[in-house]
Design a protein around this ligand. Structure first.
Ligand code: PEP
Ligand code: MN
Length: 369
């Protein structure tokens, strides 16, 4: 596993009242003082510990669409804090955005998906944050590149940001249906595995893309022990100047939240024996699987020696394709999906080829040129 060595403050240490799930609610964009404050008042009564969001600089796909109200919106966010007590946050994409937010006393910042893809832009933001103690969230890049996401977190962290979090907002795929941005939960899980202290939130709205899909995404985020949600909430979604199709009213938000099942991260003592029993059965099977794999790969090595002795190519593509077909059919009969069997055997075949060729020395570095 590639380690991600970030010395971040655990959520409980910096947001005890807000911790788990850490909720970020508010409109996609700040559009007017009335819209921002109206939405904030409607949210604040029921969610006094949430962070209130509103984008003031909007990265839009096409020019000529609403690109945000700019610095004027920061004053409205400040008014939200003064009138409702909610902490406020917004998206930054450039150093000057960071500076304006710090001048206006914004409580937290996030870096958007379109910015995370660009290491120059992230570095510029990180440099502007040097010596500043403010929570920063980094959304995943648009493309499913975990290293790019991790790299952006590292750049911000290296400038001294310890109250750091990641936000999974889904990724662009060829076909995103039924989502707007396809979730890649395994990448969020991998990030958390590499750095367990790092809060990893789920931007439910930008994954879902429509209110009907929000409950499913929000529930999946809970089930995967994610640390919080961002859900776009607007006093009048139909009139929103950005992302009108995915925002919900504060009332809809509450209905959605009421329908979710919260899950415990720890196992109740009562249930522990049953779970431990199941886990020990899995461990025993995994042990047997590992032993079988080792035996199987030993045979790969013998096959490699045979092929070498008889001047036969290591790659026998027809044989491999035939095996894969048979294994997929056999796997499906056992209730194992084709994609899983393919991934498993791709991995095994790769290792098998590596072993069959291992006795041939790689060229020494000095052989180059
Ligand atoms: C947003 O939060 O409104 C936004 C633009 O999100 P993303 O960067 O995830 O597209
Ligand atoms: Mn949005």
């Amino acid at each position: 596993m590639i380690e991600l060595n970030l010395r971040v403050l655990p959520l409980e240490a910096w947001a005890p009242a807000r911790a788990r799930p850490l909720c970020i609610f508010g409109p996609c964009s700040a559009e007017s003082r009335e819209q921002v404050l109206g939405t904030a008042h409607a949210i604040a009564g029921r969610h006094p510990t949430c962070l209130f969001r509103a984008g003031v600089w909007k990265p839009r796909t096409r020019p000529g669409t609403f690109e945000g109200v700019g610095v004027a919106g920061l004053a409205w966010l400040r008014a939200v804090r003064e009138e409702t007590g909610l902490a406020v946050c917004t998206e930054v994409a450039r150093a000057e955005h960071v500076e304006a937010c710090l001048e206006h006393g914004i409580d937290a910042l996030w870096i958007g998906a379109r910015t995370t893809v660009n290491p120059f832009a992230v570095q510029e933001i990180a440099d502007a944050l040097a010596g500043v103690d403010i929570p920063v969230f980094v959304k995943n890049p648009i493309n499913p590149d975990l290293e790019l996401w991790a790299g952006a977190l590292e750049r911000v962290h290296a400038r001294g940001i310890a109250r750091l979090g990641a936000i999974h907002r889904g990724f662009q795929a060829l076909d995103n249906r039924p989502f707007r941005n396809t979730p890649r939960w395994e990448l969020a899980v991998e990030l958390k595995t590499r750095c367990p202290e790092l809060p990893v939130l789920c931007d439910v709205s930008h994954i879902a893309g429509s209110p009907g899909v929000i409950p499913w995404v929000a529930q999946r985020a809970i089930d995967l022990a994610m640390d919080g949600w961002m859900i776009e909430t607007h006093i009048d979604p139909a009139s929103a100047r950005s992302d009108a199709g995915q925002q919900v009213t504060p009332d809809q938000l509450d209905t959605i939240l009421a329908g979710l099942t919260m899950k415990s991260r720890t196992v109740d003592a009562r249930d522990r024996d049953e779970l431990e029993d199941l886990r020990s059965r899995i461990r025993a099977l995994d042990d047997a699987v590992l032993e079988l794999l080792a035996r199987r790969l030993e045979i790969s090595k013998a096959i490699g020696r045979y092929k070498q002795a008889h001047s036969v190519t290591v790659l026998q593509v027809d044989q491999w394709r035939k095996n894969l077909e048979e294994y997929t059919a056999r796997g499906e009969a056992l209730g194992l999906g084709a994609a899983f069997i393919e991934a498993l055997y791709d991995c095994l075949h790769e290792e098998s080829i590596r072993r069959q060729t291992a006795f041939q020395q790689e060229p020494a570095p000095e052989a180059q040129g």
